[in-house]
Design a protein around this ligand. Structure first.
Ligand code: GLY
Length: 349
């Protein structure tokens, strides 16, 4: 088992390993030094497979476990579910000394984290990400959010968890598609920060080096969020592929996985930046080939105007300008800022 200490406004620990969840109760108790209520906010399908293991471990350690389950899909990150969970917390007399534990993918982590950040102005939050994507990216760095009908993650805060446990045990039951959607975020991290990780992804069969690759991705993300917890500069690079990606997810009514939409977004933006000589063409081809190695989509037939319309609702627009990340070469990302109309021309090539 490996451990990372994430520094920041509220430091926390991240554990990576196999079958850690069997010990989750003791792990939390050792850090709290007391028992309390634990509200498991979980994906209903994940709960069917793993819920009993987590619940049993918590109960054996002396915690009182309450379950709030919901459909583990992006559409669940809405205000209706938020109201439901707040009512559940109130009716069950959940107080500031209690904690919320997310058990599920990125959607559950974002949603449960937002509940924990806002209920009673904030209660403790433990995140147990069960998808590859959530383990390597969304569970680290404290981003929490819910969606508005206008766009994804438009309401949210940065709330550090109390503890994150990335257990590779969960990944065995992920579908091929879900697994690869997670690899997309690892490729993103490699493309903008680590030539070395990119090489590993090209050369190796990922299943042979999975725990190392997860740990490496977390190490990269740790470095980024420690330098820029509140996304004022370098953290913006992690949005590589996300401007087009989020717009595409919305255009397809979230019937595409986040990692797949990001793969299309990375390819789209890099193709354009290579046309302008910002990215060398060979690097674009290498990125495209790596995404294809993991059966990820690299293009879309969704109408450009619809994608652009959705981009207009993006959080990364500051006044009349938009910030976005380009890959200059493998392992090197750069933030660019363009007036909206120039950005439209950039995307249209
Ligand atoms: N997922 C990008 C970030 O955490 O900043």
């Amino acid at each position: 088992m490996r451990k990372f200490n994430i520094k920041g406004k509220e430091p926390y620990e991240v554990f990576v390993g196999e079958k850690i969840i069997f010990e989750i109760g003791e792990l939390i108790k050792q850090r709290l030094n007391f028992c309390c209520k634990v509200v498991l906010v979980c994906d209903e399908l994940v709960f069917k497979i793993y819920g009993d293991i987590v619940k049993k471990s918590l109960e054996e350690a002396g915690f009182l476990v309450l379950i709030f389950s919901l459909k583990g899909e992006e559409k669940s990150k809405n205000f209706e579910n938020l109201t439901r969970v707040y009512s559940f917390l109130f009716k069950n007399n959940v107080k500031r000394k209690d904690l919320i534990l997310a058990l599920g993918g990125g959607m559950v982590g974002d949603f449960a984290g937002f509940c924990a950040a806002t209920y009673l102005r904030g209660i403790k939050f433990v995140n147990i990400p069960t998808t590859l994507l959530a383990q390597v990216d969304s569970s680290i760095g404290g981003k929490t959010a819910v969606n508005l009908k206008f766009g994804k993650n438009l309401v949210g805060v940065i709330k550090s968890p109390f503890l994150v446990v990335c257990d590779v045990f969960f990944l065995k039951t992920l579908s091929f598609r879900m697994f690869n959607a997670g690899v997309s975020e690892i490729i993103k991290m490699a493309a903008i920060f680590s030539k070395e990780l990119f090489k590993i992804l090209v050369k190796e069969k990922i299943s042979n080096v999975l725990e190392d690759v997860i740990a490496k991705s977390i190490e990269i993300k740790k470095d980024v969020v420690e330098k820029d917890e509140f996304e004022k500069n370098v953290r913006m690079k992690l949005n590589f592929g996300h401007t087009v990606g989020h717009a595409l997810e919305k255009a397809l009514n979230f019937e595409i996985h986040h990692g797949e939409a990001v793969a299309v977004g990375m390819c789209f933006i890099t193709k354009q930046s290579s046309k302008l000589g910002i990215t060398n063409f060979k690097s674009y081809l290498k990125l495209k080939a790596l995404l294809e190695k993991y059966s990820l989509p690299v293009e879309t037939d969704v109408n450009f105007n619809l994608i652009f319309e959705n981009i207009m609702a993006d959080k990364k627009i500051f006044g009349d300008e938009i910030n976005f990340c380009v890959m200059k070469k493998i392992g090197e990302g750069e933030i660019m800022s363009l007036p909206i109309l120039k950005f439209k021309d950039f995307l249209k090539g």
